[in-house]
Ligand binder design. Structure first.
Ligand code: 13P
Ligand code: SF4
Length: 305
């Protein structure tokens, strides 16, 4: 089968079976082209509430599929590739965070959405990279325990200096890989380009950026800017997607190492198998975990309005 034939077959099957395909913007181009909705973590979680299809297939990583299940328990939610996890989401477990909470009893626990459903059950409010600053500002408490990404936490703490933050040593191993060597190389190679960076990158990289934002904020900025060249400091697929969407502009990845193997592990064949019923894994959460984790996500959606 060619890529085009497989895409056509997926489109036919999903219509026949009332399936909605959600895809995070970090997945491969051939999936993005046929997904019903694509976006960053926040957009996908908001969309998840309003999907009318009986079955949702997530092309992304496990915590994203869990978020859909938490918000839409009546739906069959399938993660297209069962091994697609997020190392950041799995860095901290419930027992460790319970102990940390005991040390900071008067702090509001803010969890990046890149956490497991189990961990969300003991947190107060979720945030995504696009909503974190707005939500943290709106939280009544001025003491924030931010988990697990200390880079995003550092970025948020600088935007909300009036609050006190406790950060832990966690984060995205892909974004954290990029340092000043890559920034200097890219600036030297592309002196006229604007550098757009995700706040999961380390603070010294973020400080050198012309713009800092979530995946969708970076894409929107690049699309609406009058500039013609951009260095993209997030997962490598974003430079590729932008290049298709804006062929008259030039996009360069900040580093060739900005590749998330988990996001890239979902292939068109995985999606095809998930749609035809021979692949993927169904997300199953026990009721207590689901309801408790939902409080944290609902708080995010409410404060994000
Ligand atoms: P956003 O989708 O919030 O930009 O986060 C990026 C990411 O690393 C998702 O896993
Ligand atoms: Fe997790 Fe980082 Fe990959 Fe996003 S890019 S899924 S945060 S490892």
């Amino acid at each position: 089968m060619t890529i085009r034939e497989m895409q056509d077959e997926i489109l036919r099957l999903k219509k026949e079976k009332d399936i909605c395909i959600l895809a995070h913007s970090y997945v491969a181009r051939e999936i993005i082209e046929i997904a019903d909705f694509t976006g960053d973590s926040f957009q996908l979680s908001v969309l998840a509430q309003n999907v009318s299809a009986k079955t949702v297939i997530m092309c992304g990583v496990r915590f994203m599929a869990e978020t859909v299940k938490i918000l839409s328990p009546e739906k069959t939610v399938i993660l297209a590739n069962p091994i697609a996890g997020c190392p950041m989401a799995e860095q901290m477990d419930k027992d460790v965070i319970s102990l940390v909470k005991q040390q900071y009893p008067d702090y509001t626990v803010v969890a990046y959405i890149n956490t497991t459903a189990a961990l969300k059950t003991i947190c107060d409010v979720c945030v995504t990279s696009s909503s974190a600053v707005k939500i943290v500002k709106k939280i009544e408490n001025d003491k924030i325990l931010f988990i697990p990404d200390c880079n995003l936490g550092d970025y948020v703490s600088k935007q909300v200096p009036e609050k006190t933050f406790k950060l832990l040593q966690g984060g995205c191993p892909i974004h954290a890989r990029v340092g000043m060597r890559e920034v200097n190389n890219a600036r030297e190679l592309h002196p006229n380009a604007l550098m757009l960076v995700h706040p999961e990158c380390v603070p010294e990289v973020v400080e050198k950026a012309d713009f800092v934002g979530s995946t969708s904020a970076i894409m929107n900025y690049a699309k609406s800017s009058d500039a013609k060249e951009f260095i993209i400091g997030t997962e490598i697929s974003i430079a590729e997607h932008l290049q298709y969407e804006c062929p008259d502009k030039r996009f360069y990845s900040l580093s060739k190492d900005l590749i998330c193997p988990n996001m890239k592990s979902t292939t068109l064949v995985d999606l095809y198998n998930a749609v035809n019923g021979t692949g993927g894994v169904e997300i199953d959460l026990d009721t207590e975990t689901r309801l408790q984790a939902k409080k944290c996500i609902d708080a995010m959606i409410k404060l994000g309005e």
